[in-house]
Design a protein around this ligand. Sequence first.
Ligand code: HEM
Length: 205
Amino acid sequence: MKKLSARQQLHLEKSVLLLVLMLPLARIIFDYFQDSLGANPVEAMTHRTGDAALQILLLSLAVSPIQRYFRFRRAILFRRLLGLTAFFYGLLHFSIYLVFDQELSFGDTFADVAKRPYITMGFSSLVIMLPLAITSTDKMIKRLGGPKWRRLHKAVYAAAVLAVIHYWWLVKANITIPAIYGGCLALLFASRMIRQTRNLSRKNY
Ligand code: HEM
């Protein structure tokens, strides 16, 4: 068999990752047609897409620590795909809410965003993710320049914090799962701070 070039190999790996990342969507579509989304299909779709968005967003933040602690240098090559997929699920999550809960009324949607604090948090998270998704192309990185692009993309932590608060505020009784997400995010943030402090002290010596 012909050996793949490095570029083809990467393309293949990214395609496999994309397929894996699309599994939550495939399951939703499958369950929808099987009529097995439960008594409230809209709620089930909202929850599943919200979970996928948050989990993949956290995974995208875990890329740098994975790269460092597991010496998996190539992990960085998959970060953009993870970030864009998280945004895709966030958008899908919002679209389900807009179409089924708000019946495509932008007026009611904005009134709800203003009225219910947990919706405000989710909406703000998605709004922050939008410019990050738009500026994720090579062309935009070049146009903005590395330092400016990196500064802008630090906002992904704000998007993740707001998404965790969104989840935390919507649960009525058991906060275990949002607390686990919050704990993971705190660890990821701490890891980033440690690296930044180390880099800074290396520069000073
Ligand atoms: C764009 C604005 C958003 C709106 C209007 C929105 C709305 C909602 C609604 C209505 C629910 C279900 C609440 C319930 O059942 O009581 C929900 C759940 C959830 N949302 Fe959002 N959301 C938004 C953005 C986001 C974003 C950006 C993320 C993640 C990055 C996210 C993650 C979640 C999670 C994890 C859940 C809970 C899922 C579960 O219970 O398993 N949401 N959201």
